[in-house]
Ligand binder design. Structure first.
Ligand code: AMP
Length: 220
């Protein structure tokens, strides 16, 4: 099963992808995590990616598509994947369709998450991530039991370098200009599931994930 997580930064794609990954037994493939790993390992790809990520811009399509194409060939991806943060442009979506069609595969569902913009900025600046197990926390909405420490694996939590007020504004602009046309792209294909993740309507990531799982079970 191929699942795409679509949505602006800070809408909860990573949190929901993590829950779905455990439930569906298929890996979560986050292009952002792959880039960050390369940045921390100081690889050539990491240096290139950092120059875009630090400005809130997208890493070029050819580099990103190649990365995903290779990742999809791994053994653990044979049963499917949850693509978290890919595609982010129409060109990436078209390349993905081509890559999948070679193995007679296709995107099964695209989950489009929306969150009011004022909540996004607050969430992003309060986000902390576990560098080891990748669990995501929010200092206000979903803090760890012990301050600064991951509940699951005990690692020291970190803030992402691009989770600051200045970069998030540029990331949001990039989203609206380059990624939001994908909502239409997948709606036309008839596989779009939209959900609002918002405190104001009391729908947080885990509730939304439950709704998505119920929807997928109904669709079976
Ligand atoms: P994320 O962890 O998904 O928020 O991604 C962090 C950053 O990595 C983004 O702001 C982009 O600079 C870059 N990135 C992640 N996924 C992609 C993609 N599919 N295409 C281009 N750049 C990406």
């Amino acid at each position: 099963m191929i699942v795409i997580m679509l949505g602006a930064p800070g809408t909860g794609k990573g949190t929901i992808a993590g829950i779905l990954s455990k439930k569906l037994g298929i890996p979560q493939v986050s292009t952002g995590d792959i880039f960050r790993k390369n940045i921390s390992e100081k690889t050539e790809l990491g240096r290139l990616a950092e120059s875009y990520i630090s400005k809130g811009k997208l890493v070029p399509d050819d580099v990103t598509v190649k990365l995903v194409e290779d990742r999809l060939k791994a053994d653990d991806a044979k049963k499917g994947v949850i693509l978290d943060g890919f595609p982010r442009t129409v060109a990436q979506a078209e390349s993905l369709d081509e890559i999948l069609s070679i193995s007679n595969n296709k995107v099964d569902i695209t989950i489009n998450l929306t969150t009011p913009e004022e909540e996004i900025i607050e969430r992003v600046v309060n986000r902390r991530v576990c560098p080891k197990c990748k669990r995501i926390y929010n200092l206000v909405l979903n803090p760890p039991v012990q301050e600064g420490v991951c509940d699951d694996c005990g690692s020291i939590l970190e803030a992402r370098a691009d989770d600051n007020e200045e970069t998030i504004k540029s990331r949001l602009q990039t989203y609206f200009e380059q990624t939001s046309p994908l909502v239409d792209y997948y709606e036309k294909k008839g596989n779009l599931y939209s959900a609002t993740v918002s405190q104001s309507i009391n729908k947080m990531g885990p509730d939304v994930a439950r709704d998505i799982i119920a929807y997928l079970e109904e669709e079976k």
